[in-house]
Design a protein. Structure first.
Length: 169
């Protein structure tokens, strides 16, 4: 039997954040809320979304002993002019981002990969690697932000698919 996993999003002030498990969508917007509705909270061309903090939440190990090698990337959906996603995925010298109050201030770390990285790029449990061996457990945070430039077209951006792959044994 496979492990049971879901995405979680954390929002709110760093002093009293709220974690929402089993989120249905991972939308960006001009408001710090989970499952934000972009039509209600649009991102003005030339500005940024609020930063987002997502994690993998393992709720049940099923018959598995270990979950590791977490890989996270943008697998579908074209960028429009002057648009991009910055994120905090593991690279050499990686340190998992600590949760901080989300803002629209420009976040710069690295560009979201647009293909499966083939090797772990998301840490587990506040480390630069490791494994999840018990449930419930969370991975490290992925901090990300949708950014637009002055040349971005008005209206909705293209839908994107963010994918997560992991090994389970």
């Amino acid at each position: 039997m496979a492990a049971t996993v879901e995405f979680s999003e954390t929002n709110g002030d760093v002093g009293a954040p709220s974690t929402h498990d089993a989120i249905a969508n991972m939308n960006y917007g001009s408001n710090d809320s989970y499952e934000v509705v972009p039509a209600t909270y649009p991102i003005t061309a030339g500005t940024n979304s609020f930063t987002k903090y997502w994690r993998l939440h393992v709720t049940n190990m099923g018959g598995s002993n270990t979950i590791n090698n977490l890989q996270f990337w943008k697998s579908a959906g074209a960028y429009v002019a002057s648009e991009g996603i910055q994120c905090s995925l593991r690279t050499a010298g990686y340190s998992a981002p600590a949760y901080a109050t989300p803002t629209q201030v420009t976040y710069t770390d690295q560009v979201m990969p647009v293909a499966n990285p083939g090797a772990a790029n998301l840490g587990i449990g506040g480390s630069t690697g490791g494994s999840i061996t018990t449930a419930p457990s969370y991975s490290d945070y992925v901090k990300s932000q949708l950014q637009t430039g002055a040349g971005s077209p008005p209206g909705n951006v293209n839908q994107k698919t963010l994918s997560l792959q992991y090994d389970e044994s």
